[in-house]
Design a binder for this molecule. Structure first.
Ligand SMILES: C[S@@+](CC[C@H](N)C(=O)[O-])C[C@H]1O[C@@H](n2cnc3c(N)ncnc32)[C@H](O)[C@@H]1O
Length: 227
């Protein structure tokens, strides 16, 4: 295709693709919203904030101020229905301590507490994501939900039993540090990851599925740490 024509068409193409996936994942999430009205109300609050009070210019300024490779901080959302699908075959007791490593707006942190009663912790580098999620958590009086600003690679994860990491955009250096960090979690813990499994001999792959995300179709891996 002619280069100039591509430059003109590409933004339009990606905008349409983005909207189609947004609508598709919203439809898939509808039964979950109907089952958990609290989650639906909370989701609307998040949606209103990020649609009307957080401009892309402000986002860019915030990312630049962090001084981190912006590719590592690409925003994206895992739909609730996608996460429900990967968890469908495993037992999630209410004693579960869930970590979302790079929790974005915090959607899944809220979901895990509302659906399973799990203690849920979101770790995130972007301060606005954390402040907004904390404000909404307080408005809904969710005592077992917390959000921490900072690099999850420096976190103490020793009390965690279930982890999620959407590391599709992580570079190889971050992936290596992530593997090293997760090699110290409790035996028997479960790790869910996007795009690639945790490449460590103590992790056994239990499930791999192809599912929709806000950025398109992709893979989710579920692994158990053996020892
Ligand atoms: C693709 S988003 C996923 C959001 C959420 N987990 C979900 O799936 O809906 C990845 C998030 O990880 C955050 N992130 C990337 N590297 C991080 C790090 N080292 N420490 C904390 N957060 C990080 C980014 O800012 C971004 O919000």
């Amino acid at each position: 295709m002619n280069g100039r024509l591509y430059q003109k068409i590409a933004p339009f193409y990606y905008a349409v693709l983005y909207l189609v996936f947004k609508l598709y994942t919203f439809i898939l999430d509808l039964p979950i919203f109907l089952t958990y009205p609290k989650l639906a109300m909370l989701h609307v609050r998040l949606w209103i904030f990020y649609s009307f009070s957080y401009s892309s210019a402000k986002h860019e300024r915030e990312i630049n101020a962090l001084g981190v490779d912006s590719m590592e901080l690409v925003d994206g959302l895992t739909p609730y229905s996608t996460f429900a699908k990967i968890l469908s075959d495993i037992d999630v007791p209410d004693s579960t301590v869930f970590y979302d490593l790079g929790c974005g707006h915090g959607n899944l942190v809220f979901y895990m507490n509302i659906k399973y009663g799990a203690q849920s912790i979101g770790m995130e580098l972007v301060p606005t994501y954390v402040k907004t999620a904390q404000r909404i958590r307080d408005a809904f009086n969710m005592t077992d939900v917390s959000f921490k600003t900072g690099d999850f690679l420096d976190a103490d994860l020793s009390n965690g039993t279930l982890f999620f990491v959407a590391g599709t955009c992580f570079n190889t250096h971050t992936q290596t540090r992530l593997i090293s960090l997760l090699s110290h979690i409790q035996p028997g813990s479960v790790v869910i990851s996007t795009s690639y499994p945790i490449a460590h001999h103590e992790f056994v792959l239990l499930k791999k599925i192809r599912v929709p995300f806000s950025w398109g179709m992709g893979h989710l891996f579920l692994q158990k740490k053996e020892c």
